[in-house]
Ligand binder design. Structure first.
Ligand code: ATP
Ligand code: MG
Length: 588
């Protein structure tokens, strides 16, 4: 395979370095886990956690997972696996508006598909952040009681104006010094629906002059009358993400909370909040820590949720599982493999520096895993007829093709040879170009797994297109017989018997975008869509492919890897998707 020439960035493992250090220092020796998430009192009832570390993958159930998420999944679940820990699957569903069960189901399915689980004995470790709303509410009251939070009634504009800038300190809100009693009373009124949406927020009381704007009294609760998919209409106030997330980690006894770089500036608030709640006795040490890594950027792909939605809603693709989309549902349908994604995650590593990863690295990972796993079959994608004029009419014979050249134990299968075959149009040239070794009048080639044939000519239609090629076979030259080496030929072509074939719909997928950085400069990313990203053909396949099961992958010899479409295939009539070609056609 071509992996040797691919520039593979060194797999930096700074997070593993941190975990090694934490474990060497016995940092979690006194961390208790009662078998389910909860506050300090709850966890104290349990034994010392047997999981060496706890990580989590915390998707918001407001969309489909994509290849970027696969990096985070492989990282978090991979660390837990390698260190004798557990990775939780946590739905970060604290935002009532955009979330739904459909996304929950699809995310669960895709994490499983990538090869990861979250169960530990009887514990499922699949959690919903909205189950922690009661605790979050009491944590907010605790902050108020300790003078660490206040209700602010400035308008949104006033709040923005008073936040200051990178170079200028912010201004204290006129509501900043309300008494604890007053704050508690108003916050309870907020909870009880006595104030309109957006009329006030609860803010942490930290420092309006902090050089880190995120520490300038961030909002932690807002009023929003919205139905929540889990808690229904119980709440009309909802916690802000920056307040909810550290608490979710702490209640789940997470040790290493790994997120993307844009949260780096939130880390001081993450630590501030958990320290305050630990001081109040609500949480126990050791507290979780946040570590940031660079998100995945992949050439020829868009991973932004907004752009993906646009591609689907404006029908540039057929749906969320269109095989050209970088969603995991699309990639799976395309024939990409979980092993390939895990290899990819290992190969690109984890770093703190933003960079672009070449799409070819992902494709090579898929080629490598499919080369290992996929059985070989024969397919003629652009068929023309080859007639062996001296072959007896009405008969056929067995030829034997190995199922996997790297795995002889998988044996051989029988394919039928007869007088009329399908071959690739490109395997015949009436007037051969220089260095062309395949069929042309007077030349000999081997029909792979069959005989040596000598080309005698061709037939053409009125417009000059070749419709049929003629040849004669040399009966003593069959592959696997003593005579097979008697005649040496340079060309070796594949074929399918025209009487033992399956004419199938095959979709030749290519990259969805023709530019490495879709929409860069002032272009609209839609203008960079590759107009040839799908070509649907009728191909002539060897008969055995008629029995391919949905989602089964094969290497079509000389062409690439193909998968039976999991959606459109019916029994006895599979449709095939091209996963990836054998070689990279995009290298300049
Ligand atoms: P949103 O913009 O709606 O937050 P998101 O892609 O971040 O979208 P989440 O559901 O919040 O979606 O993501 C879940 C996890 O996946 C987060 O921890 C996030 O850091 C991680 N993640 C998302 N995109 C990438 C990416 N491109 N590379 C690596 N990790 C990613
Ligand atoms: Mg996010």
């Amino acid at each position: 395979m071509s992996s040797e020439k691919i520039p593979v960035p060194p797999a930096s493992n700074f997070i593993r370095g941190i975990i090694d250090r934490d474990l060497a220092e016995n940092k979690f020796a006194n961390k208790h886990w009662a078998g389910s998430p909860g506050d300090a009192a709850h966890q104290a009832t349990g034994p010392v956690d047997t999981a060496k570390i706890r990580t989590r993958f915390p998707p918001e159930p407001n969309g489909y997972l994509h290849i970027g998420h696969a990096k985070s999944i492989c990282l978090n679940f991979g660390l837990a696996r390698d260190y004798g820990g557990i990775c939780h699957l946590r739905f970060d569903d604290t935002n009532p508006e955009k979330e739904s069960q459909e996304y929950v189901d699809s995310i669960t399915e895709m994490v499983h598909w990538l090869g990861f689980g979250w169960e530990n004995g009887n514990e499922s470790n699949l959690y919903f952040a909205s189950d922690y709303f009661d605790f979050m509410y009491s944590a907010a009251e605790s902050l108020i009681e300790h003078g660490h939070a206040y209700v602010d009634q400035q308008t949104a504009d006033e709040m923005r104006a008073n936040r200051g800038t990178l170079t200028e300190a912010g201004k204290d809100s006129p509501y900043r010094n309300r008494s604890v009693v007053e704050n508690l009373a108003i916050f309870r009124d907020m909870r009880d629906g006595k104030h309109p949406d957006g009329s006030m927020v609860l803010r942490a009381k930290i420092d309006m002059a902090s050089p880190n704007i995120n520490m300038r009294d961030p909002a932690i609760y807002r009023i929003r009358r919205a139905h929540h998919h889990n808690t229904g209409d119980k709440w009309c106030i909802y916690p802000m993400y920056t307040f909810a997330h550290p608490i979710e980690d702490a209640l789940e006894a997470i040790t290493h909370s790994i997120c993307t770089l844009e949260f780096e500036d939130q880390r001081p608030f993450y630590d501030w909040l958990l320290e305050r709640l630990a001081e109040a006795g609500l949480l126990a040490h050791p507290l979780p820590h946040q570590y940031e890594f660079a998100r995945l950027n992949l050439t020829y792909v868009v991973l932004s949720k907004r752009k993906l939605i646009q591609l689907v809603e404006e029908k540039h693709v057929s749906g969320w599982d269109d095989p050209r989309l970088p969603t995991l549902a699309g990639a799976r349908r395309r024939g990409y493999t979980p092993e390939g994604f895990r290899l990819f995650a290992d190969r690109i590593g984890v770093s703190k520096a933003d960079s672009w990863i070449e799409y070819t690295i992902l494709e090579d990972c898929m080629r490598e895993t499919l080369n290992e796993a996929a059985e070989r079959r024969i397919a003629v994608l652009d068929p023309i007829k080859l007639v062996i004029d001296n072959y007896p009419e009405g008969t056929s014979e067995d030829c034997f093709a190995p199922n996997h050249p790297l795995k002889p134990e998988l044996g051989k299968r029988t394919i039928q040879l007869s007088k009329e075959l399908w071959i690739e149009r490109e395997d015949f040239m009436e007037e051969p170009a220089k260095g062309y070794f395949r069929l042309f009048p007077g030349n000999m080639v081997r029909l792979r797994y069959g005989y040596v044939v000598k080309c005698t000519g061709c037939e053409k239609d009125a417009t000059g297109n070749v419709t049929t090629v003629h040849c004669e076979y040399l009966p003593d030259t069959k592959s696997g017989t003593p005579g097979s080496d008697a005649v040496k030929v340079k060309g070796n072509i594949h074929w399918v018997s025209a009487h033992h074939n399956y004419a199938a719909e095959v979709r030749l997928y290519d990259r969805l975008f023709k530019e490495a950085n879709p929409g860069s400069g002032d272009r609209d990313f839609l203008d960079d869509i590759n107009p040839d990203s799908i070509k649907t053909i009728t191909a002539q396949l060897e008969l055995s492919l008629q029995d391919a099961k949905p989602a089964e992958s094969f290497q079509f010899e000389r062409h690439g890897y193909f998968v039976a479409d999991r959606k459109d295939s019916v029994a006895g009539k599979p449709v095939f998707n091209r996963t990836v070609t054998l070689r990279d056609a995009w290298q300049k």
